[in-house]
Design a protein around this ligand. Structure first.
Ligand SMILES: NC(=O)c1ccc[n+]([C@@H]2O[C@H](COP(=O)([O-])OP(=O)(O)OC[C@H]3O[C@@H](n4cnc5c(N)ncnc54)[C@H](O)[C@@H]3O)[C@@H](O)[C@H]2O)c1
Length: 327
């Protein structure tokens, strides 16, 4: 059985759905700070905080767990700069608690949600796994630190892990019944869809003087269901005796902010109200990842990786759930 921390969140709930489709037994742990019970109905779920050592021990005692997928973390870059304590406390301290309980219970397989934010300002593109890592914010730093902890826990304790460094997770399950519901929302696609549908204020685009074809920043959007597939492949790799590894997960094709806005307009048939604003400090012009290693070693085959498909599935979810899970 697999323990899924943060399984009621956006990426975690899509991974849970994929694991269920694959016939895997799972138990979730989430503190509901950002999660939604409705995101994984019918799945055993413990509502507890990773910092609650006794609750965590109880989960390992009560369920026959032999592997963990660790999604639970805070992930807002701007907030992490204003409040690094919150990020190191949750993403590092609470994560270490999880590792302690895994070791106590003799559980030695972990798939970890890492991020492209560990790289910082890119020196060359697309970003490959070996690219220098100089995070420019506490969020990225907390995730890089945890990757380093995992390396040493493998050396010393034989805890095997796969770190999956996602680029921008986007889209929703093609069924339309689970999707992205962050509050506050920081991600461009739900913000643009919400603005188009009149549920959110108009967008501000942060700068049009970058060295990109249309002057706006380029990011790599990867479908959340494709990320879910990668998690299943990663745990299978560990179960087959594979070594610890890290993989970048993106689609290799960046899209500019204006391309995203145009795609939202063509998919929804609605206008996205937006205005141009100044650059945001610390935003690289382009962030695009190479997933060649995941394709080669995990056999990962992203299926839903065009911007149109990503926006179509996101639109289906937001159209039918204008106030997210509370709709
Ligand atoms: N969404 C992205 O684009 C993206 C990109 C790169 C990496 N990631 C990483 O993927 C993971 C999931 O991201 P998401 O967008 O699904 O976030 P999310 O906020 O939707 O999900 C995280 C879940 O973890 C829970 N949680 C947080 N701290 C907890 C704790 N101490 N104990 C128990 N539960 C806790 C929250 O309630 C939430 O349900 C995070 O680790 C994030 O850093 C996300």
């Amino acid at each position: 059985m697999l323990l899924i921390t943060g399984g009621l969140g956006y990426v975690g709930s899509h991974a849970v759905r994929r694991l269920q489709e694959a016939g895997r037994d799972v138990v979730l742990l989430d503190n509901l700070v950002y999660g939604h019970r409705e995101a994984a109905l019918g799945v055993p779920c413990v509502i507890a905080d990773l910092k609650d050592r006794e609750a965590l021990r109880g989960v390992f005692r009560d369920y026959p767990i032999d592997g963990v997928m660790h999604f639970a973390a805070f992930a807002a870059v701007g907030e992490s700069v204003a409040n690094p304590q919150k990020y190191f406390d949750n993403n590092v301290r609470a994560g270490l608690n999880l590792l302690d309980c895994m070791l106590e219970a003799g559980v030695k397989r972990l798939v970890f949600s890492s991020t492209c934010a560990i790289f910082g300002e890119p020196e060359r593109l697309p970003l490959e796994e070996e690219h220098p890592k100089n995070p420019t914010n506490p969020y990225g730093e907390s995730k890089l630190f945890f990757e380093k902890v995992l390396k040493w826990y493998d050396t010393a304790y034989g805890l095997k892990s796969v770190s999956l460094r996602y680029f921008n997770a986007a889209g929703a399950h093609p069924s339309g019944d689970i999707g992205e519901d962050h509050d506050p929302e920081h991600h461009l696609i739900p913000l643009a869809i919400g603005a188009a549908a009149g549920h959110r204020p108009g967008l501000t685009v942060f700068g049009d003087d970058y060295d990109t074809p249309d002057g706006t920043c380029i990011r790599d959007y990867i479908h959340v269901s494709d990320l879910a597939d990668a998690h299943l492949l990663a745990i299978e790799r560990l179960e087959a005796g594979g070594s610890s590894e890290a993989y970048n997960l993106g689609n290799g094709n960046g899209s500019s902010v204006l391309e995203v806005i145009r795609t939202v307009e063509s998919v929804t048939g609605l206008k996205v109200p937006w205005k141009m604003g100044p650059r945001r400090p610390g935003d690289p012009a382009r962030l695009v990842g190479s997933s060649e290693k995941a394709i080669r070693e995990l056999g990962w085959r992203p299926q839903l990786n065009t911007l149109e498909t990503i926006v179509e599935t996101a639109w289906r979810w937001h159209r039918d759930h204008p106030r997210g899970y509370n709709s």
